[in-house]
Design a protein around this ligand. Structure first.
Ligand SMILES: Nc1ncnc2c1ncn2[C@@H]1O[C@H](COP(=O)(O)OP(=O)(O)OP(=O)(O)O)[C@@H](O)[C@H]1O
Length: 193
């Protein structure tokens, strides 16, 4: 089943001399995994933003879009005045027990009532990852989303993502500059530029 299809799309930011990318066609199918790689500034995040619907391509068409996309970026962007748990229940009010179980799996249970703006970057990244998983995405986008984690915690996060992927069958699109830190090292690669 195709979840996302882009047909010869291009993206040209106003005031920039040329497009970030052009004539790019891409399909993402259920259960598939993709890794976007390439030097800094070549358009990986821009493509993710297009997939997420946060950016509209300036040429081409997107005939197919998923209903639910989960996203986690390097910058966790939690609601700062809410606690870790409230950030989750705000998104998924009926899934508090599930959220709590995932916080426990990522060693965040003791901090569930801490306000988001008191969390370290790696702690906030874990909450942002759980938030993205809780919406039961059809596509999960991870843009350097786990860069603040030590190796053991990163492995717990990877195990959680893979377990949820086995259960829910979402497609995964990830950007990671560190080849040792790819959730799916065997993912289909898209190289930029
Ligand atoms: N909102 C924007 N307005 C104008 N230019 C932008 C905007 N967002 C990104 N760009 C430009 O588009 C190009 C691609 O940026 P993008 O963030 O997609 O690259 P990237 O490959 O993800 O980089 P990195 O690996 O450093 O995160 C860069 O030259 C950047 O300056």
């Amino acid at each position: 089943m195709t979840l996302f299809a882009a047909d010869t799309i291009g993206l040209h930011y106003p005031g920039r001399p040329g497009p970030v990318f052009h004539d790019l066609s891409l399909t993402i199918r259920k259960g598939e995994s993709l890794g976007l790689s390439g030097p800094s500034g070549t358009g990986k995040t821009s493509l993710m933003r297009v997939i997420a619907g946060l950016e509209r391509p300036t040429s081409g068409r997107i005939p197919i879009r998923p209903r639910r996309i989960g996203m986690a970026f390097a910058e966790p962007r939690l609601l700062p005045r809410l606690s870790a748990m409230e950030n989750l229940s705000f998104i998924a009010p009926k899934a508090r027990a599930e959220g709590r179980a995932m916080l426990t799996a990522l060693k965040m249970a003791a901090l569930q009532d801490a306000s988001a703006d008191s969390l370290s970057k790696g702690q906030a990244q874990r909450v942002a990852l759980i938030r993205a998983l809780l919406i039961r995405p059809e596509i999960l986008l991870l843009d350097e989303a786990l860069g603040g984690l030590d190796m053991a915690t990163w492995q717990s996060a990877r195990d959680l993502i893979l377990a949820r992927r086995d259960r829910d069958g979402f497609a995964l699109v990830e950007i990671s500059h560190d080849p040792a830190r790819r959730i799916m090292p065997e993912a289909r690669a898209i190289s930029f530029p």
